[in-house]
Design a protein around this ligand. Structure first.
Ligand code: ADP
Ligand code: ADP
Length: 225
């Protein structure tokens, strides 16, 4: 089934004197359990697209539909709900909270999810940390972990609320190639469990692992090469 669809999405920014078209008429759809790579040079619109997909930016024209809902029609409460429950983020710099343990970093998104009680969220945190191979690091602080381990904690955190969509922004950008390969394989494995994974990447090897690749050029999808 289809998870999300963009129909002629256009995003313009005004930088004082002139309009910058960060995205122009971008249309595509993504299925449940699909992996999608977004590639393209710096300034081509990748971050702008990811912000729209993650419901962080609503200043676009055109239509973004996620889980059969028009994102533009959501009120703030519904937006916050969808962002917390349906979307998990993974970043280049991991963005873990340094003074919290591994376990508490993963628990954190569940604290904003009133559907889970405290006992359940600790169980779930343990389960997702186990699934990324970090069950023996619960009490460690992020600084005590390698980059690859920190990214695995970040992936566990992204999965805490069992999202339908994981958005990863250069997830292997700070990792050596062997570790990056392991992290991209882990992201691909999420899709086997039905989670849709969208990765912005400069790494062709990561992009090649995804079911679909979208190449942006000056804010439009470049078809063919
Ligand atoms: P990428 O992530 O591929 O590097 P971006 O989406 O960041 O590309 O940027 C696409 C274009 O939109 C660039 O020309 C950038 O300068 C412009 N842009 C992005 N965000 C803003 C903003 N908040 N204000 C003005 N221009 C922006
Ligand atoms: P809070 O969630 O209010 O910060 P704690 O996290 O310290 O409180 O403890 C809440 C629950 O989480 C406790 O019931 C405890 O058993 C469980 N817990 C805390 N740390 C761990 C851990 N390392 N492994 C398993 N369970 C833990």
């Amino acid at each position: 089934a289809e998870l999300l669809k963009l129909d002629k999405v256009t995003r313009a920014f005004s930088d004082g004197t002139q309009q910058v078209m960060a995205l122009s008429n971008v249309s595509f759809s993504v299925s449940e359990g699909e992996t999608l790579a977004i590639v393209g040079p710096s300034g081509s619109g990748k971050s702008t697209l990811l912000s729209i997909l993650g419901l962080l930016d609503r200043g676009y024209k055109g239509t973004y539909t996620i889980s059969d809902t028009n994102a533009a029609a959501l009120d703030n409460q519904q937006l916050a709900h969808l962002r917390n429950r349906e979307i998990g983020w993974v970043f280049q710099n991991f963005n873990l909270i340094s003074h919290l343990s591994v376990l508490h970093n993963v628990v954190l998104p569940m604290r904003y999810n009133r559907e889970i009680d405290k006992r359940a969220y600790h169980q779930r945190a343990l389960a997702v940390l186990d699934s990324v191979g970090l069950k023996d690091k619960l009490d460690a602080k992020p600084s005590q972990l390698s980059g690859g381990q920190q990214q695995r904690v970040a992936i566990a955190r992204a999965l805490a609320n069992q999202p339908s969509l994981v958005l990863a922004d250069e997830p292997t950008g700070n990792l050596d190639s062997k570790t990056g390969n392991m992290i991209s394989e882990l992201l691909m494995s999420l899709a086997q469990a039905g989670t849709t994974v969208i990765i912005v990447t400069h790494d062709d090897k990561v992009a090649a692992k995804c079911d679909t690749q979208i190449r942006l050029k000056d804010g439009t999808i470049a078809h063919g090469e």
